[in-house]
Design a protein around this ligand. Structure first.
Ligand SMILES: N[C@@H](CCC(=O)N[C@@H](CS)C(=O)NCC(=O)O)C(=O)O
Length: 244
């Protein structure tokens, strides 16, 4: 059995606040691999091999980083989603994935840490055991990371423009197709779905959400993926197991 280690449920409808956790969960569901979830909350760094979530446990091993996790799952359970992709489609998927994970993620991070609603702090239970001073330190550290990346220095309009460019590109690439690479779902859809779902369901004012909501095909794509893969136990509450 695969155990997917996550932060845990939050914001009423989120199984986890992490886009990368939702990516792996989506992949597991798409590939039909049985899994359970374990919510680690704010203490995740004690066991996370790379200091971040997600990681999985399988056969006594811990594998961290969503990309390495999917490589591991493909090696152990086969590659039903990407196995027959052409080299060009593989490259297209890779490029889309990198744009989402290495750019849209930062736009989201900046929005989440600067949103007036302070969604991480003002959600009961999410940061259990974390005091206000510790939260302020973590926030400051994340704002510094945003500055080092570059998004931290953008004006709100510049941030909005950067996010819109990516979403416009995604919407154009999807077009009228069912999935990002055509009529078959592939692993890049796990990334795209995870990020778009979280953008569209953001429980804080978000210009990225406004931009995504303006693309009817992206909204329909997320709804289609939700129906196909998340109709059962959408927050994976029935799959949750306690820490050993
Ligand atoms: N490249 C990693 C990124 C994972 C990542 O950034 N996780 C974030 C949550 S979305 C995290 O654990 N942040 C906690 C921290 O940096 O302290 C992956 O693909 O899994």
């Amino acid at each position: 059995m695969i155990t997917l280690c996550r932060f845990g449920p939050a914001w009423e409808t989120f199984g986890c606040i992490s886009q990368f956790v939702l990516k792996v969960e989506t992949y597991l569901r798409m590939a039909g691999i049985e899994f359970e979830t374990r919510s680690l909350g704010a203490g995740f760094a004690e066991t996370a091999p790379k200091g971040k979530l997600p990681y999985i446990e399988h056969d006594g091993e811990r594998i961290a980083d969503s990309g390495f996790i999917i490589d591991y799952l493909k090696a152990h359970f086969g590659d039903p989603l990407d196995g027959s992709l052409s080299a060009v489609d593989r490259a297209r998927g890779h490029t889309i994935r990198r744009m989402i994970e290495e750019h849209i993620w930062w736009v989201m991070a900046r929005e989440r840490w600067t949103a007036p609603e302070a969604p991480y702090w003002n959600t009961p239970g999410l940061l259990e055991g974390v005091d206000e001073a510790t939260y302020a330190g973590v926030r400051e550290d994340n704002l510094r990371k945003c500055l080092e990346h570059g998004v931290g220095g953008f004006t709100e309009d510049e941030l909005d423009a950067r996010g819109r460019e990516d979403l416009d590109a995604l919407a154009a690439l999807l077009g009228t197709q069912t999935y990002l690479l055509g009529e078959q779902a592939t692993s890049v859809d796990a990334t795209a779905y995870a990020f778009l779902w979280q953008i569209l369901n953001a429980p804080y004012a978000s210009r990225l959400k406004d931009a995504a909501s303006g693309h009817a095909n992206l909204v329909a794509y997320v709804a289609r993926m939700s129906d196909a893969y998340f109709a059962d136990d959408p927050m994976s509450m029935a799959r949750e197991v306690a820490s050993p």
